[in-house]
Design a protein around this ligand. Structure first.
Ligand code: SF4
Length: 258
């Protein structure tokens, strides 16, 4: 249904939704990620990761009682978040505050309808061309009367979600041969929703963008280029390359002055 375009041979590359979104903001930051330059761990990302594990546990195993919430969170941290916890170096009191915030999010999450829920945390990995992997983790899949609905939960606001949603829809369509009826992002914090009905044309366009990305990054590796196109914006503040980037430093200065 979705024909992935041909890509030039070259470096082994895994394209996740995160790499794709990073590239659409700043190609040079995406190149940096492939060279191992990742943003530092943050409390917000840790909180989001823990909340997602709690949401998936709720859908898979049932509601979590208030008296068990602290224990469940610690189990989920032990099962998959210990490296992030170690990188943050949180004190027990700080961890307690984060668990409380996740508890607030969980109360909001519980109020959402789970009707049609099929499965949570679906990891999809495809190899449409030699040495190229496309991968992503879909938070939840629901069966609606119109067809499958893919859901991405956000613990913060909804920013630039459309491209990310189309990336997940593209993965799903390429993996199953089925076009999702809906793909949706839901902010648990604010209740805001963004949803769309994917089309073959839109997902083919996403596949084209991903193929272009692979071509640019592979050519950069082949040519030994240290830098490709840089696009400065609000994301520069969290970029691990900020210190050595004039464009990003200028953008941060302007933002701070405003
Ligand atoms: S600081 Fe900004 S412009 Fe520079 S590489 Fe990072 S994201 Fe791109």
């Amino acid at each position: 249904m979705i024909e992935f375009p041909p890509v030039p041979p070259g470096e082994v590359i895994a394209v996740s939704a995160t790499l794709y979104m990073t590239y659409t903001r700043c190609p040079d930051q995406a190149l940096g990620r492939l060279r191992g330059l990742y943003p530092e761990e943050s409390k917000a990302a840790f909180k989001g990761g823990l909340a997602h594990r709690v949401f998936a546990r709720h859908l898979s195993s049932g509601s979590i009682d208030d008296v068990d919430f602290d224990r469940v969170c610690k189990e989920e941290i032990g099962a998959g978040l210990n490296p992030k916890l170690g990188a943050l170096g949180l004190r027990p009191s700080q961890l307690g505050a984060i668990i409380n915030e996740v508890g607030d999010l969980y109360q909001r999450f519980k109020a959402l309808s789970a009707e049609g829920f099929r499965v949570a945390e679906v990891f999809v990995e495809l190899e449409p061309a030699a040495g190229l992997k496309l991968r992503g983790s879909i938070d939840a899949v629901f069966d609606d009367p119109e067809g499958v609905r893919l859901v991405d939960w956000k613990t913060g606001g909804l920013y630039e979600t459309e491209q990310q949603l189309r990336f997940y829809a593209m993965l799903w369509a390429m993996d199953t041969g089925e076009l999702p009826a809906y793909v949706e992002a839901v902010s648990i914090g604010s209740g805001e929703r963004v949803a769309e009905t994917p089309t073959v044309a839109a997902l083919s366009a996403t596949a084209g963008e991903v193929a272009d990305l692979v071509g640019v990054l592979r050519r950069a590796f082949l040519d030994g280029r240290q830098q490709i196109e840089r696009i400065a914006g609000p994301w520069c503040r969290f970029c691990p390359q900020l210190d050595g980037c004039d464009e990003g430093s200028a953008a941060v200065r302007v933002a701070d002055a405003g």
